[in-house]
Design a binder for this molecule. Structure first.
Ligand SMILES: Nc1nc2c(ncn2[C@@H]2O[C@H](COP(=O)(O)OP(=O)(O)OP(=O)(O)O)[C@@H](O)[C@H]2O)c(=O)[nH]1
Ligand SMILES: [Mg+2]
Length: 466
């Protein structure tokens, strides 16, 4: 999609189009750059929706309850969004279908949006972008957004606990009463519902739950316990009343801002994880992963060492994609004495330096200091007639050259020459640590001596890591 189409999609969402919202949530699930741009455009339109998490054991009636709640809210003329997070494996999908069927009463209502999102991840579970999907429905104009998850795994608890109000739904006859509410779920409930109150032991379930909650430390908000029959809608208006009371309480106590920060924290961390995962384990990187796994399996590398290499390769690839494969590899500084200059870079700034190395062919001694993504190279003359000695004579100490890492130095040299820039080296030559280098004359490059460096291949085992 081009920038215009993305902006048009975002405005269509804000204007209330169900189709646009559906399309954008699909983009979010695919986690592309288009979704990022669209979200940026509609983010200023969010913040108006009250986000209600619905959680509880499988089959307790969460979807039926949401369906009944939609009916009540629609009668009040409100727009409603639902995100049902499906915990099932990609192979079953049973819950997904069930949720759709249970909420399809409203499938033709343009003021109701229901969407299932799967907890996906071919290489292990990755939390779904529920917060972003909620933001879309918020911008779309939903007054209430329900997020339904089964309260079984930690991921589901994390998703739902980031809601503004959390409704925990249990039901009698689901086994051992309150025990079916997993640890961690009791703690996050703001409103407790005992659904299936048409069943015989519902009263007991309500009083059991009240008793357990009474043991919790006294807080400013006392979570109510409410019986419902979701299939008939009995008690559902009371549940929505309790949700509204909790919303008011949050606004008055300042708790709303804290909950929303928790939601965005989760979302930022999720986005970082998604991006790192895509950079280091998606597409071409899978080949390096396979290679590294071989090294680990044969005892040549440990798993953490492999992870560091994968991250480094991913960072290079990401930087490369953003700038055509070019990045600053190092900055060369001509100095009279490496020992003297090291006092600044090493002692004063605390940068880590490698061992000094003599390069008689170039008439220099040099040392590298790591400086984040790049390095500082100190150059001291080894012979009085070398290029660095001449540089010092003419210009004194100072920046000697800027080295740019390029994917293919021969190609970069050729294209510089074709554009009329005069190379110092007619062809690339071997540089330090297995690199290949070529220099461009400062006359053509605005007074800066430019070194082009092609890095040594990275994924091959390095001796110190054996
Ligand atoms: N008797 C009775 N049955 C109910 C009630 N509410 C829901 N059910 C039934 O319970 C079953 C499960 O309901 P769902 O709404 O799918 O439950 P859920 O919690 O969303 O289930 P999952 O999404 O699979 O975890 C369905 O057959 C509903 O018809 C109720 O109040 N009384
Ligand atoms: Mg359900």
């Amino acid at each position: 999609m081009n920038a215009d189409e993305i902006l048009r999609l975002a405005s269509a969402v804000v204007a209330g189009s169900v189709q646009a919202a559906a399309r954008l949530i699909t983009l979010i699930e695919n986690d592309g750059e288009d979704a990022a741009s669209a979200l940026r455009a509609l983010f200023p339109h969010t913040g108006g929706a009250h986000v209600v998490g619905i959680t509880g054991p499988p089959g307790s009636g969460k979807s039926t309850l949401v369906n009944a709640a939609i009916r009540v809210l629609r009668a009040q003329g409100r727009r409603v969004g639902v995100i049902a997070v499906d915990p099932s494996s990609p192979f079953t999908g049973g819950a997904l279908l069930g949720d759709r069927i249970r909420m399809q009463d409203h499938s033709t209502d343009p003021e109701v949006f229901v969407r299932s999102m799967a907890t996906r991840g071919s290489l292990g579970g990755l939390a779904p972008a529920t917060g972003e999907a909620v933001a879309v429905l918020d911008a779309w104009g939903a007054a209430t957004v329900f997020v339904e998850t089964v309260g079984t795994g930690q991921a589901e608890v994390d998703v739902v606990s980031a809601a503004d109000t959390v409704v925990v739904v249990s039901a009698p006859g689901l086994g051992d009463g309150v025990q079916t509410l997993k640890a961690g779920v009791m703690e996050i409930g703001d409103v407790f519902v005992v659904n299936k109150a048409d069943r015989p032991d519902a009263d007991r379930a309500v009083s059991d739950l009240k008793m357990v909650l009474a043991m919790a430390p006294e807080g400013a908000w006392r979570p109510p316990v409410l019986p419902t029959v979701a299939t008939t809608g009995e008690g559902v208006a009371e549940v929505l009343g309790a949700v509204s009371s909790h919303a008011r309480y949050l606004e008055q106590s300042g708790g709303l801002a804290a909950r929303r920060k928790a939601r965005w924290r989760r979302e930022v961390v999720r986005a970082v994880e998604a991006r790192l995962r895509a950079q280091t384990m998606g597409g071409a990187a899978v080949a390096s992963l396979d290679g590294l796994v071989e090294l680990v399996a044969s005892g040549q590398l440990d798993p953490r060492g492999a992870a560091l290499r994968l991250l480094a390769a991913g960072r290079d690839a990401a930087g490369g994609a953003a700038s055509g494969g070019v990045r600053v590899d190092h900055i060369g500084v001509a100095v009279r004495s490496i020992a003297e200059a090291s006092r600044f870079y090493g002692e004063a700034l605390g940068l880590r330096g490698g061992p000094p190395e003599q390069l008689p062919a170039q008439g220099v001694t040099m040392v590298f200091f790591d400086a984040g993504e790049t390095r500082i190279e100190l150059l001291e003359p080894l012979t009085p007639d070398g290029p660095v000695a001449r540089f010092l004579e003419r210009r004194g100490e100072g920046v000697h050259h800027v080295a740019l890492a390029v994917p293919d130095v021969a190609r970069a040299l050729e294209s510089a020459r074709a554009a009329g820039f005069e190379p110092v080296d007619a062809t690339p030559r071997p540089g330090a640590h297995g690199t290949r280098v070529a220099f461009l004359h400062p006359k053509g490059t605005h007074g800066v001596l430019v070194e082009l460096v092609e890095p040594a291949p990275r994924v091959a085992p390095q001796p110190e890591e054996r």
